[in-house]
Design a protein around this ligand. Structure first.
Ligand code: FAQ
Length: 293
């Protein structure tokens, strides 16, 4: 489907909802890592982290642009984020307590994002699918940098190793929750899959992520905090323990550890930037006036 094609109103609405939430996640997702830019352990690490956070701003921009092709107004979408009518990913409501958390976000959060987003490169709506191609290439680089941070820490001093393990312990379960509620409790999945917006179910993608990540944890020499993880020969997949979905629903409802902080910061940044938007609009109006004259 392309922007000018006729489409059912429900299809358009579902796409705007998902693409806007995805865009909001990218820009809110800048905050947890942005917290460490000024404290990165070396100039090289700082430069890499700045580039990553900047990539996330770029992803937000492609995604807002994709939502605009469906007739959505970017200012309205931001208003809906700010007053809680639209969501962003649960994962960004957890704190980044140590430098190792930057590694865990890159390895696990970007890893989960890739598993979720690679299939979206072939979703039924052209502008969203095309935006995902570049986003996924950049996320792959992000995932490698997170893995490399954790690899360095895991092979460092005992204190660094403990820091890496602690970050993985805190980020593992929330990363599994990024894939959404289980299939039998996912109200949007059936319709989104019938429309080719989602190509795989929440649980199928979650399993794919576990299968990909367990061998990587072994390569890092770190332990995933789930004693029930084991290879199931019959299924050809790793089994894993039960996820506490009440935590996901609480975080989505606004009760995660950092929801308030993330929103306050976002709204303040938007208000502080009002003069830039006003100046750009005044400049555009002046240019248009000149072009007419
Ligand atoms: N957090 O019926 P479903 C990134 C909501 S990656 C918050 O299963 P759906 C990169 C859901 O919206 C993260 N809300 O919904 C990065 C729905 O609510 P609604 C962003 C969640 O849409 C890395 C309700 O629960 N990626 O940013 C969550 O079919 C590192 C019922 O759920 C995307 O957005 C959750 N985890 O499936 C950046 C990918 N899960 O709208 C910085 C595209 C569910 O009815 C640093 N999105 N909900 O009020 C998707 O694939 C889908 O939207 C799902 C949810 C799979 C997230």
């Amino acid at each position: 489907m392309e922007p000018r094609d006729e489409m059912p109103e429900g299809y358009r609405k579902t796409l705007v909802r998902q693409i806007a939430q995805h865009a909001h996640s990218e820009i809110i997702g800048m905050q947890p890592e942005g917290n460490w830019i000024s404290r990165a352990p070396s100039l090289r690490r700082k430069a890499i982290l700045m580039a990553k956070v900047q990539d996330e701003a770029g992803h937000g921009l492609y995604l807002y642009a994709a939502a605009e092709t469906l007739g959505a107004d970017r200012a309205d979408l931001l208003d809906m984020l700010h007053d809680g009518r639209q969501k962003y990913s649960s994962i960004f409501n957890y704190p980044t307590l140590t430098w190792a958390d930057v590694g865990a976000i890159g390895w696990l959060v970007d890893g989960a994002a890739i598993v979720n987003q690679v299939p979206l490169c072939r979703c039924s709506y052209g502008p969203y699918a095309r935006a995902m191609v570049r986003v996924c290439k950049e996320e792959s680089f992000h995932q490698r940098q997170g893995f490399e941070i954790l690899h360095t820490l895991a092979h460092g001093t005992p204190a660094q190793r403990a820091m890496a393990q602690d970050a993985v312990d805190r980020y593992w379960w929330p990363s599994l929750m990024m894939f959404g509620p289980p299939d039998d409790d996912s109200p949007n999945s059936a319709q989104s899959m019938a429309w080719g917006i989602k190509r795989f179910s929440n649980d199928d993608l979650r399993q794919r992520f576990v299968d990909m990540t367990v061998p990587q944890a072994e390569a890092l020499g770190l332990t995933l905090p789930d004693p029930d993880i084991r290879w199931n020969e019959e299924r050809g997949h790793y089994d894993f323990g039960d996820i506490d979905f009440t935590e996901l629903f609480e975080v989505i409802r606004g009760n995660g550890p950092c929801n308030q902080q993330r929103m306050d910061h976002r709204v303040a940044a938007h208000e502080d930037g009002a003069w830039v938007r006003d100046a750009a609009s005044a400049y555009a109006a002046k240019q248009a006036e000149r072009a007419e004259g």
